[in-house]
Design a binder for this molecule. Sequence first.
Ligand code: SAM
Length: 233
Amino acid sequence: MNIQKSFEHNQDGAIYLVPTPIGNLEDITYRALNILKEATVIAAEDTRNTKKLLNHFDIHTPLTSYHEYTKKEKIEHLINQAQNGALIAVVSDAGMPAISDPGVAIVEAALEQHVKVIVLPGANAALTALVGSGLATDQFYFYGFLPRKKKEKLNALNNLKQIPATLIFYESPFRIKDTLEVLQEVFGKRKVTLARELTKRFEEYIRGSIDEVVSWVKEEDLKGEFVIVVEGA
Ligand code: SAM
């Protein structure tokens, strides 16, 4: 068992997971900016990307890289720093760290060592798309990225067929057409919403039956970032 009282003994070090904008730079909280300013170090998925964000907000905290392939020793070093009072801010390229992004390994390692893990609320593509989809929000199932190969994709979707909750997927613009065709094969007449370029200038919601949306994507040159939201069973 592990009981964390996040704000007792405020001089303790901690790992902060800090969400960053998914497109619109105004989508960052005052608290996130303060933590990024006060942090001892910011562990970033891509330091060059994060540097641009930090420059925009005139933040000069040192950066170090932290990604999916970060070695155990590096994670241990960050946890060690936190144990010695450092405040480590973890950010991904966009949105909530650890949601289809690096972050999980450092959370696990921190909890093992009884280091506080403090998560700031903020931008996330899945929840934004869900709320804008027009589909039920009382129950939802976030899948993230589907497997790339058709057979594995079919298997994964068939396993989700009976779920009554709204389903949420992330997908790359290069695979969106293929994925929608597989969705059509598995889910037939259900409703779907494509949420494209959320919070950005070309933000767009394409809401309809899977058949309608499949016809629409066939005519389009698909660019940008997409979330697919599918009606539950
Ligand atoms: N951690 C992020 C979050 O909290 O949303 C997700 C990171 S994941 C590597 C990137 C995927 O999220 C994209 O391929 C896309 O499916 C979705 N995504 C991110 N930003 C988006 C946006 N502005 N509009 C639509 N989808 C977006």
